[in-house]
Design a protein around this ligand. Structure first.
Ligand code: PMV
Length: 329
């Protein structure tokens, strides 16, 4: 039995603008998906999702995902469990000399699903690491990041950026620009995350920004302004200047709001965190609903977010310098 875990992420700066070639800075957070893999030799794959912060369920299927058994869970949960894992296992099998024909897989995740915290990337990364090690091959992290990126790209019909999978594999703060991803030095970053229980529709939100950008020069300028802000943010990360980081996070949220991707619930949580003394706060990910990230010291921000009616969950999650790692069985 082999066990690996990989972290989720927040965007410190740059979501949406990154789609148009501007840089972005995602950061790994101390919230992990843990995947246990046992190879089998009978062609059957069994996936147990004990805790995806949703009801637990088990699915069993032979190598083809088309062979789903009748099972009483919503279709999107079934594809969450089988889609990413099936393709991640396929990528893992292609990367080893002697692939297994089936697997027992058990997943536990502390990362809310579909909330912009990179849960699917963390599951893909941990699955690939655990499965390849279970089949006797230790892959370098760059290769794991590449295979996890291919997994997301395949499951998401070609719509994936390298940011989530690279960040989850390597940990720490990452600078992404086009296909170029690299770690950057970062200070301690105490994050508090607020979750409204919902999730925006990433494809629709990205399409909405694209339309605005085509129609209005000032929307295109807003996207370029986010790029410039990220470059200033990168220098602030490297200097370890938390106050400046907070200021820039606030600025970034304002620009995202101007692009129409914030929401009432996200704005409420952002303001609750700011009023409670956060250095800064912004939405993270595609927007429309989901999560905000605030920079600041814990308790006060947590209390303020918990007291906000629209916030269903608030938690601390420091920058995680560790990416994917082997866990004791
Ligand atoms: O919500 P997430 O974590 O999947 O992030 C989406 C980030 C976008 O920049 C809006 C889209 C993208 O593919 O980069």
């Amino acid at each position: 039995m082999t066990v690996s875990s990989a972290p989720g992420k927040v965007y410190l700066f740059g979501e949406h603008a990154v789609v148009y070639g501007e840089p972005a800075i995602p950061c790994a957070i101390q919230r992990r998906a843990t995947v246990r893999v046992d190879p089998r030799s009978d062609g059957v794959t069994r996936v147990e999702a004990g805790d995806l912060t949703l009801d637990g369920f088990t699915v069993e299927y032979t190598q083809s995902v088309e062979d789903h058994p009748e099972i009483d869970v919503p279709e999107h949960l079934l594809s969450a469990a089988t889609g990413y894992i099936d393709v991640a296992l396929e990528q893992a099998c292609n990367a080893v000399a002697d692939p297994a024909t089936g697997f027992d897989v058990a997943i536990e995740s502390e990362i809310p699903l579909g909330a912009g915290l990179g849960s699917s990337a963390a599951v893909a990364v941990a699955t690939i690491d655990a499965a390849t090690r279970a089949m006797g091959t230790e892959l370098p992290p760059e290769r794991i990041a590449e295979l996890a990126y291919r997994t997301e790209r395949e499951v998401q019909d070609g719509q994936a950026s390298r940011a989530d999978t690279f960040c989850s594999t390597m940990g720490g703060a990452v600078r992404v620009e086009g296909d170029e991803c690299r770690n950057i030095e970062a200070p301690e970053l105490p994050f508090v995350i607020g979750f409204d229980g919902g999730a925006g529709e990433t494809g629709e939100l990205v399409a909405g920004v694209r339309k605005l950008r085509e129609r209005f020069d000032f929307a295109a300028e807003t996207i370029r302004a986010i790029g410039n802000l990220v470059r200033a943010g990168e220098r602030a990360v490297e200097r370890g200047d938390r106050r400046e980081l907070g200021r820039l996070m606030n600025f970034n949220h304002g620009l995202l709001e101007a692009l129409g991707v914030s929401s009432y619930t996200l704005d409420e949580m952002v303001w609750a965190a700011r009023r409670a003394g956060a250095d800064g706060a912004k939405l993270t990910g595609a927007g429309g609903g989901g999560c905000i990230v605030a920079l600041g010291d814990g308790e006060q921000l947590l209390t303020a977010l918990d007291a906000t009616a629209v916030c269903v969950d608030a938690f601390q999650a420091e920058l995680d310098r560790n990416g994917v790692r082997a866990e004791g069985a």
